[in-house]
Design a protein. Structure first.
Length: 338
């Protein structure tokens, strides 16, 4: 019996008789692995399989597939694509210089798209021009009245004397109120794009700007209605009208002070951080004037300072905080989180 042949099977037919039989060539990798010892390494197993099996080139049939139902035509080869003439022909088909079979590479580097900027936005530019025309038109009509009312702002007696003159001027001050709402909406829109997000569920950013402007306008009108209701209950009609006129004057001056800031942000790359400080200063100064005017008109008596604080916080600060919270909620729900 040969002991050196590793592929050898010993068959015992009778006691004392042994027959050496060579097995057939392994047909699968599994059979090759069975011939190796149990402690063979993966490299040895791979070498053994490569020794027994040689990779062969695969030849696919080039004959068409004729397996189809009786009565049907031979199916079309999916690799063959033929376009109708009206797809292949164009205006330059008969031109001798037209060679669609030639691949032409473009020279140069593809340009990057221009990012969105406010100064390139024609819609925002139109809004600012509209605000400028409104401010110019309104100041041309009531500039003398506003200057006189501003001079006598800190004089309660003279403000009461001017009360009858404010009836014909009130509609122009409401125009200033509308301009102020629009400017505040633009400022908050700039703040949102820079600090919060610049991608929203709307396809157009003008929808978001409209929502901001509408929210601020509702806040302004709601605040005046709230003041009218409360003041009509606790104070006289003359004092109520005097305070409403002062409130409109303060709001109008806010719009005049904010318009140059919006122009600087839109066209002169003014720092948004400094713009926030400027806007906060304008808002705080306007609230101080409102607090002073409510104290002079309604609570100018002994012990009225604490009542004025409660009155101011309830009718001025709480609506302002509600507006800011509402704008934050609107922005959070409309932005796209990536």
């Amino acid at each position: 019996m040969l002991q050196n042949d590793s592929i050898l099977t010993t068959i015992t037919s009778a006691p004392g008789d042994t027959v050496a039989v060579h097995t057939a060539k392994p047909q699968t990798p599994y059979e090759v692995l069975r011939l190796l010892p149990k402690d063979a390494t993966p490299a040895q197993q791979d070498s053994a399989i490569q020794e027994w099996f040689e990779p062969k080139e695969i030849h696919y049939s080039s004959r068409p597939d004729t397996l189809h139902l009786p009565g049907q035509e031979i199916p079309r080869d999916l690799k063959e694509v033929s376009l109708p003439n009206y797809y292949r022909e164009n205006f330059f088909s008969n031109n001798t210089m037209y060679h669609p079979e030639l691949n032409v590479e473009r020279i140069g580097v593809s340009g990057a798209p221009i990012p969105y900027t406010i100064q390139n936005d024609s819609f925002v530019t139109g809004i600012l021009i509209f605000c400028f025309l409104l401010i110019t038109f309104t100041l041309s009509r009531i500039s003398g009245f506003i200057i006189k009312q501003t001079k006598h702002f800190f004089s309660p007696s003279k403000s009461v004397q001017m009360l009858d003159e404010t009836g014909s001027e009130i509609k122009f001050q409401f125009l200033f109120l509308f301009i102020t709402c629009l400017l505040y909406a633009l400022l908050y829109y700039f703040y949102t794009n820079h600090f919060v997000a610049n991608t929203f569920v709307f396809s157009s950013e003008y929808t978001l700007l409209f929502i901001y402007g509408l929210s601020i306008l509702i806040y302004m009108l709601g605040r005046m209605i709230l003041y009218s209701i409360v003041n009509s209950v606790f104070f006289s009609k003359k004092e109520n009208l005097q305070f409403q006129g002062s409130l409109l004057l303060i709001t109008s001056l806010e719009g005049v002070a904010l318009f140059p800031l919006v122009l600087l942000l839109a066209y002169f790359q003014f720092s948004l951080q400094n713009a926030i400080y400027y806007t906060a200063t304008i808002v705080i100064f306007a609230k101080i004037l409102t607090f002073y005017k409510s104290y002079v008109i309604f609570f100018n008596q002994k012990g009225g300072f604490l009542q004025n604080i409660l009155y101011f916080c309830a009718l001025e600060m709480i609506p302002l905080i509600s507006l800011w919270s509402g704008l934050l909620v609107i922005t959070e729900n409309l932005k796209i989180n990536i």
